[in-house]
Design a protein around this ligand. Structure first.
Ligand code: PMP
Length: 408
């Protein structure tokens, strides 16, 4: 039985007050999650007990640091069921994973006349790198549209995916609508025309079981800071053959096998893509985050979030003038982006903050999505493993207070 109150005791920050005498209600995990003590302690233990550079030193501290760093990679690899840890490349965040693929794979495989297929609901991280690539190569970007309910319109997919499509990159879960897209079906359709696939799993890996062998994308990206881990670290998973063929993204120490003044040869995977001293403490922190989530069980995590999202959507439907954008709860992850007639999202967020409730307001790095809806911004509450029904009730009370303040 999932015990949310026990989970809450794992997060030191949840007993911090938002303002003097006002408890914190943290409903912004989709932007960045809070960290359990296990993650903070693991990073502390590294800095206090065995801080040293990895892969280089022969001394004890360096060996311990290397073992912890590579051990974390193995557990992270297992967490997404990667066939081999060498297919788990450490990057700064999901954004860097897209840029790495656009730069390294894109600049060797994309040319004028080729098509890159995205969707209209993408985060800027899965849009701007491809815009840069298209500008440089003369390739064309095409988009799978979304319907009014925030689900993808797949009626024209057989035309959008064609022999010119070299890459189909899409989000598994929308950070605004919460839509859980049919990732497996989309990957299979792309493979039929020989297109390479990339999945934005930034809002999936933290919230549900993700098995890369079952899903079978060519590339998949996620960020540590949204899954109980620290900032400054993320993962690019890739198919082994593709990664082997790709040229390095950045040059420098660690990514080489042999260097002469005339030229260099490259290290094996995954280090070929990890130039310079890596984010050691952060990788160890992400390893601890993966242990923490595994011990909760990702099936339980998903179940709790579905329960709380259902509860929240029901409760929010009682707030007059409020409209949640996105699909029905059965197709939705733990985010509720909404508008409240007569109140600007930034004012909503500011007034909620007075009650200790943290939500996000803005375009959530999805400007084209908002533009299509005729909106410049929405307010977004997002739920995670520690969210309770009492917190959702406080959100509803806070929103009713916003209505009173604005005399709506
Ligand atoms: N994709 C999605 C769906 C996201 O929600 C985010 C973070 N908001 C990103 C990509 C980018 O993540 P990061 O900023 O950690 O690179």
């Amino acid at each position: 039985m999932y015990d949310v109150n026990k989970v809450r005791t794992d997060f030191p920050i949840l007993s911090v007050e938002a303002h003097p005498g006002v408890p914190l209600v943290y409903l912004d995990s989709a932007a960045s999650s809070q960290k359990p003590a296990a993650v903070i302690d693991a990073m502390n233990a590294y800095y206090r007990g065995y801080n040293a550079n990895v892969h280089r030193g022969i001394h004890r501290l360096s060996e311990d640091a290397t073992n912890a760093y590579e051990g974390a990679r193995q557990r992270i690899s297992k967490f997404i069921n990667s066939p081999d840890p060498c297919q788990v490349i450490f990057v700064r965040n999901a954004t860097e994973a897209f840029n790495l693929v656009a730069y390294s794979w894109g600049r060797t495989n994309i040319s004028a006349g080729d098509e890159i297929l995205l969707t209209e609901m993408e985060h800027h991280a899965n849009l701007v790198p491809w815009q840069l690539l298209a500008e440089e190569t003369g390739a064309t970007l095409r988009f799978v549209p979304f319907l009014e309910d925030g689900t993808l319109d797949l009626s024209d997919l057989s035309n959008l995916l064609n022999e010119r499509t070299k890459l189909f990159s899409f989000t598994a879960v929308s950070n605004v609508f919460g839509t859980i897209n049919p990732a497996k079906q989309l990957i299979e359709a792309a493979r039929e025309v020989g297109a390479v696939t990339m999945v934005d799993a930034a809002q999936a890996v933290p919230h549900m079981p993700v098995d890369v062998q079952e899903l079978d994308p060519d590339f998949l990206a996620f960020s540590s800071h949204k899954m109980c881990g620290p900032t400054g670290i993320g993962v690019l998973y890739g198919g082994r053959d593709l990664l082997e063929e790709m040229p390095p993204f950045m040059g420098g120490g660690d990514m080489i096998r042999r260097v002469t003044l005339e030229g260099s040869t490259w290290n094996d995977l995954p280090w070929k893509f990890e130039a310079g001293t890596p984010s050691i403490a952060e990788v160890i922190g992400l390893g601890a985050a993966v242990d923490y989530l595994s011990q909760l069980g990702m099936d339980q995590v998903l179940e709790h979030e579905q329960f709380i999202t259902n509860y929240a959507l029901e409760a929010l439907s009682e707030v007059k003038g409020l409209k949640v954008i996105g699909p029905a709860p059965s197709q939705k992850g733990g985010v509720a982006a909404f508008t409240l007639e007569g109140a600007h999202p930034h004012d909503i967020a500011e007034l909620l903050d007075e009650s200790g409730i943290a939500v996000r307001a803005g375009h959530h790095c999805a400007m084209p999505l908002h533009h299509k809806l005729g909106l410049t911004a929405t307010a977004r509450a997002s739920f995670y493993i520690h969210t309770t029904t009492e917190e959702v009730d406080k959100l509803v009370q806070g929103l009713n207070r916003v209505r009173q303040v604005f005399r709506l």
